[in-house]
Ligand binder design. Structure first.
Ligand code: DX5
Ligand code: ZN
Length: 245
C-alpha cells in the first residue's frame, strides 16, 4: 500500500513536469547568444533550434555552424528540429555541433529506422516529427528508437502561425500510445508540441497530453527592449497557465 501511494505520487510529479522550449527562430539573430542566455534565465528549459532547407519546407534558416556557436553559451538542452530532406547527411554534423536531441520528419527520410539509429549512434536523443496531416502510424514499429514525439500544430516553415485545433485530439492519441508504451517498458518518451503555442492555449494543450512546449513568437515577440529580464513576464504567464493543469 505504501508502495502504491509512493508510486502514485511519483506519477503525479512526473505528470506535472512541463518543459518550455523557446524557438530561436523568432529571436534577434544579431544578438543570438544574449537572447538564449536571457530566455533560459527567465525560466525556460530547452533551446528549440529550427533547421529549414528551402526544399522540404519553403524557408531557409540555420545550420550546424550556428549550433556550434551557441553551444558554449548555454548548458540547456539543444533540441534540433530538422525540416530538411534528406536527413542522414546532416545528422552527424549536428551531433558534433553539440545538439542533444535531433528530430526529423518521417517523410524526409527514405529509411526512418536507420535515421533514428543514426541519431542515437551519434549520442543524441532521437525523435520523429508529425505534420498536421501525417499519421501517427509511423510510430508503429519504431517506438523503441524514439525518445521524443513532436506534433506540429502548424504546417512547418514559419513562425507566427495559428495553432491548428485538430492537434488536440492527435495529442491525446499520442499520449495514449506513449502511456501504453511506458507502462510496458518503463521507458519515458517526451511529447512535444510546436506551432502557435501561447499563454491563452498552453493549458488546454497540456491537458491534451503534451509535456514539452515550443513557443517562438509568443516568447520572443514579448520582449522588445534590452532589459535582460524582458522574458520573465511571458515565461511566468506560461508557467502560471501550466500550473493550473
Ligand atoms: C515552424 C517551427 C516552429 C516555429 C514556432 O516550422 O518548427 O518551431 O518557430 O513558432 P511559433 O511559436 O511562433 O508558432
Ligand atoms: Zn520547430
Amino acid at each position: 500500500m505504501a508502495f502504491l501511494s509512493a508510486n502514485l505520487e511519483f506519477n503525479i510529479i512526473m505528470a506535472k513536469q512541463f518543459r518550455i522550449a523557446p524557438s530561436i527562430l523568432s529571436a534577434n539573430f544579431a544578438k543570438l547568444g544574449q537572447e538564449i542566455t536571457d530566455v533560459i534565465t527567465s525560466g525556460t528549459d530547452i533551446v528549440h533550434f529550427d533547421v529549414m532547407d528551402n526544399h522540404y519546407v519553403p524557408n531557409l534558416t540555420i545550420g550546424p555552424l550556428v549550433c556550434e556557436a551557441i553551444r558554449p553559451v548555454t548548458d540547456a538542452i539543444i533540441d534540433v528540429h530538422l525540416m530538411v530532406k534528406p536527413v542522414d547527411r546532416i545528422i552527424p554534423d549536428f551531433a558534433k555541433a553539440g545538439a542533444n536531441i535531433i528530430t526529423f520528419h518521417p517523410e524526409a527520410s527514405e529509411h526512418i529506422d536507420r535515421s533514428l539509429s543514426l541519431v542515437r549512434d551519434h549520442g543524441c536523443k532521437s525523435g520523429l516529427v508529425f505534420n498536421p496531416a501525417t499519421p501517427l502510424s509511423y510510430l508503429d514499429y519504431v517506438m523503441d528508437k524514439v525518445d521524443m514525439i513532436l506534433l506540429m500544430s502548424v504546417n512547418p516553415g514559419f513562425g507566427g502561425q495559428k495553432f491548428i485545433p485538430g492537434t488536440l485530439d492527435k495529442l491525446k492519441e499520442a499520449r495514449a500510445r506513449i502511456d501504453a508504451y511506458t507502462e510496458k517498458t518503463g521507458r519515458e518518451i517526451w511529447l512535444e508540441v510546436d506551432g502557435g503555442v501561447n499563454a491563452a492555449n498552453i493549458a488546454e494543450i497540456a491537458r491534451a497530453g503534451a509535456d514539452t512546449f515550443v513557443a517562438g513568437s509568443a516568447i520572443f515577440g514579448a520582449g522588445k527592449d534590452t532589459d535582460p529580464n524582458r522574458y520573465d513576464s511571458i515565461v511566468g504567464a506560461l508557467r502560471a497557465e501550466l500550473a493550473k493543469v
